[in-house]
Ligand binder design. Structure first.
Ligand code: PHE
Length: 385
């Protein structure tokens, strides 16, 4: 009896069917012939950047639930198989290999952090399985190859946005930069910020490095203070950023501190409290300023998870919806056909704005600038590309 008939014989027992599907059917158990369309997701559900993975996963899961409630894709249900990389370097490659070789997924969604997307992208490219990063902004991610896509803007744009913000809003000419050398995102964003800042006629007061996960930044912050900057650009992730803001305050470094999307987490305010008040950062989305599509999403998200969605949640949702749209347009879940359909995505009405996949497999989208005020993230402005 082949597997298909076997499954038909047991459809009366939904529980058994679910157990069978979840147990994994060995290599190639998924693929385009299986009863469901298996989509792989890798995310930092635990560890240092846990809120990135959790938010992104919630958004992705909501999209899959909505798609399945509406009848699935190509007549099949989507089955989302999620792997946690624990925010650890080295893990993304391992788990993505498993998703492809063991689970036979037809596409991969992930990651938020650029370094982890850069780790997994060659695995997907070699296996010719389309990968869509919801929110990794380092330009190198999609340069890995023609199977690698993203649904967000890239850091040359984000760096430009924040350099212009330093000039026009902060009126800061002499800027210090503090970079996480363990993060491709941080290094890239620092570089692109610097390039535009120089074009804008600004100067660099000093440049220092830290390692993401450090807890004592006082040595570098003392030196940064001595360099007498008018503002501090901090392209980091939320936990490090919160600790740096606290220690900067303790050392009397009272200049505006600003950064990019990596700041976005409720933990920023939870850890940083007073020390992050009045800071600014750029990101992809704010639930207050969306289109009708965005308002629909915010309502559904609140119902499902009891909280407001952040940028990672919205982009996670968009990544799954763009994949489903590509499968429908391709009329197939075959990876090569889905790849071509993804590349042909034009003007898709996404929660985070219209998405057109450009020849580099990136999306050109607006950024928003947020300000921490009263322990909350307040929307300031939208900057178009
Ligand atoms: N853009 C960041 C990176 O590439 C990740 C991120 C996206 C963080 C969106 C927060 C919000 O590493």
């Amino acid at each position: 009896m082949n597997r298909r008939h076997f499954l038909h014989a047991w459809t009366a027992s939904a529980g058994f069917l679910a157990a069978l599907l979840l147990s994994g059917c060995g290599p190639g158990g998924g693929g385009t012939n299986s009863a469901t369309l298996r989509i792989g997701e890798f995310a930092s559900l635990t560890g240092k950047e846990a809120t990135f993975g959790q938010s992104s996963h919630n958004g992705t899961e909501l999209a899959v639930m909505e798609l399945n409630a509406a009848g699935g894709v190509l007549g099949k249900s989507l089955e989302l198989i999620t792997q946690d990389n624990q925010s650890k370097a080295g893990e993304s490659q391992t788990v993505v290999n498993k998703l492809i070789a063991r689970d036979g997924v037809v596409a991969i969604l992930g990651e938020v952090a650029s370094s982890r997307s850069l780790e997994a992208a060659p695995v997907c490219q070699n296996a010719k399985i389309p990968m869509i990063s919801p929110s990794s902004t380092n330009p190198d991610v999609t340069k890995t190859g023609d199977y690698i896509f993203r649904v967000c803007f890239i850091d040359p744009f984000q760096g430009t946005v924040m350099a212009n913000f330093a000039k026009d809003t902060l009126k800061a000419k002499r800027v210090a930069i503090f970079t996480d050398v363990k993060s491709d995102y941080s290094k890239g964003l620092a570089k692109f910020f610097k390039e535009r800042h120089a074009i804008n006629g600004g100067t660099i007061a000093s440049e220092f490095d830290f390692n993401g996960g450090d807890t004592d930044f006082k040595g570098q912050l003392t030196a940064i203070k001595a360099s007498n900057p008018e503002a501090l650009f901090l392209p980091g992730y939320y936990t490090d950023v919160a600790l740096i803001c606290i220690q900067a305050k303790q050392l009397g470094l009272n200049v505006p501190i600003f950064g990019g999307d990596g700041w976005e987490s409720d933990k920023l305010m939870e850890i940083g409290r007073d020390a992050v008040e009045g800071t600014h950062f750029s990101t992809h989305y704010h639930p207050d300023v969306g289109s009708p599509r965005s308002r629909q999403f915010v309502d559904a998200y609140k119902k499902a998870y009891g909280s407001s969605p952040d940028a990672m949640a919205a982009l996670g949702y968009d990544s799954a919806m763009i994949l489903a749209d590509a499968m429908k347009r391709a009329g197939s879940a075959e990876p090569a056909k889905v790849r071509d359909a993804l590349a042909a995505t034009r003007d898709y009405d996404a929660v985070t704005g219209k998405i057109t996949i450009d020849p580099n497999r990136d999306a050109s989208k607006s950024a928003v600038i947020l300000r921490v005020e009263g322990g909350k993230l307040k929307y300031l402005e939208t900057i178009a590309p």
